[in-house]
Design a protein around this ligand. Sequence first.
Ligand code: SAM
Length: 279
Amino acid sequence: MMRRVDEYLNLNRANWDERAPAHATSPDYNVQGFIDDPAFISAVVRFDRPLIGDVSGLRGVHLQCHIGTDTVSLHRLGARMTGLDFSSVAIEQARALVARSGEDVSFVESDVYDAASALGGERYDLVFTGIGALGWLPSISRWAATVADLLRPGGRLFIREGHPMLWSLADARTDSLLVVDFPYFERDEPIVWVGAGTYVETDAVFTANTTHEWNHALGEIVTALVAQGLQITGLVEHDSVPWEALPGLMSKDDGGEWRLTDRPWRLAASYTLQAVKMT
Ligand SMILES: C[S@@+](CC[C@H](N)C(=O)[O-])C[C@H]1O[C@@H](n2cnc3c(N)ncnc32)[C@H](O)[C@@H]1O
């Protein structure tokens, strides 16, 4: 029998390996847009820009970089970027993107918890991660330790992520009620999810459809970072996310952000957290 630790990594990796090529050809990720226009940046990073500020010259690592579109976007804003992901297929797609765009961005295949050794002990000015990343990790404390290992003293973490309040909601209701159905707090046991789809437009048919996921409370995330010697420098909650997280209940704005159609102020849908490593 597989040990649980291998089970979640194997199930989740198979899921992402299957979805990465479909995402790379989906109009929603718009890889061709990156090739056609060297100044093009992803909608996610466009949203981040007012909060992330000037990244030019920073040496950055993007954890759970997927097919590299946000990593390349940060490179286009002037950072020297490395992307890291545990899906070899996602990394192949990310490398194919920069081979076509001719940009100097490197990509490393690794479990996020092994990032420090996979990146050879390098320390970075910026650790960036976001949107659909933390829920794949069983322990937020281990993640925070990884972030601390990757930052130089004075280096900063920037994360924009789906809000744990959003992840706790039932997502398939027809009565438009927001109902808490999944854990808000981190638990040892994973949320076992079976879903044949993905969050972008695609005709691809998937077979690796079981995943193991976890929620992490906002307080747990902050506390884990503080315990690793990071000082929180910003925490902003947003009423929107860049995908239709609650199908049928959300409307899309011109910037590609989705929020509740009815009284969007009810829901913290995502957040941006920034922190600096003190010593
Ligand atoms: C939702 S995607 C991130 C999306 C990203 N914000 C984007 O749109 O490009 C989540 C990524 O996390 C990666 N991932 C999941 N678990 C991981 C782990 N344990 N270590 C490293 N990468 C992991 C997956 O392979 C996938 O590429």
